[in-house]
Unconditional design. Structure first.
Ligand code: SAM
Length: 185
């Protein structure tokens, strides 16, 4: 267990190592900003609880992988959810997983770059990216999300944007921020 955690941390800090270990992307796919590493299901559930996800929410997972956050948001929390994912093989996998879970009508997967995705309809955004990508996303989140929207990140913070909650889940930090009523950032 300990060695597994270490392996994940090494992969996150040395992305080329992980890219070297995963199948090549189909020709024409832009390079990934982050390798695929899934969030453990217990952490997924807690992230969605920390965000207070419910049936009126629209959850966007940026870099959706196999769709587990999106599918859990729909199946366990009754939300509508959208997964944004650059890798077409992951999009196909996530779509099949959603069908098997019986939530196809409440979820969508968009094969596109998360930095070019319109986030205005999201009430919750979930992230498992890198520190640098979180910082690149920050102004976009502030610009596009409405007051009261929640952002939850597995493992990485947002620099000097102070979270309103931090919790350790299975030994990993999970951060939550709320877009303020007057978005003055
Ligand atoms: C660390 S994984 C997280 C997967 C999932 N969110 C989870 O927590 O289980 C990051 C995902 O982001 C995807 N990704 C990397 N760069 C991306 C980009 N620019 N736009 C959209 N997805 C991207 C990768 O293919 C990978 O599936």
């Amino acid at each position: 267990m300990r060695s597994c955690r270490l392996f994940v941390l090494v992969l996150l800090h040395v992305p080329w190592l992980s890219v070297a270990c995963t199948p090549p992307l189909p020709v024409g796919t832009p390079p990934l900003d982050v390798p695929y590493i899934p969030t453990p299901l217990g952490v997924v559930k807690r992230m969605l609880q920390l965000a207070g996800v419910g049936p009126t929410d629209v959850v966007y997972d940026l870099g959706a992988g196999d769709g587990r956050i999106v599918i859990t948001a729909a199946r366990r929390f009754g939300a509508r959810a959208v997964g944004v994912e650059l890798d077409p093989l992951r999009v196909a996998e996530a779509t099949a997983n959603a069908r098997r879970a019986g939530v196809s009508e409440r979820v969508r997967f968009l094969q596109q770059d998360l930095l070019l995705t319109d986030l205005r309809e999201a009430t919750v955004v979930t992230l498992f990216l890198t520190p640098a990508l979180n910082l690149r996303l920050r102004p976009k989140l502030w610009r596009e999300l409405r007051p009261g929207a929640r952002v939850v990140s597995h493992l990485y913070d947002m620099g000097d944007w102070k979270p309103d909650r931090v919790e350790r889940v299975q030994g990993r930090p999970v951060y939550r921020w709320t877009i303020p009523a007057r978005n003055t950032h």
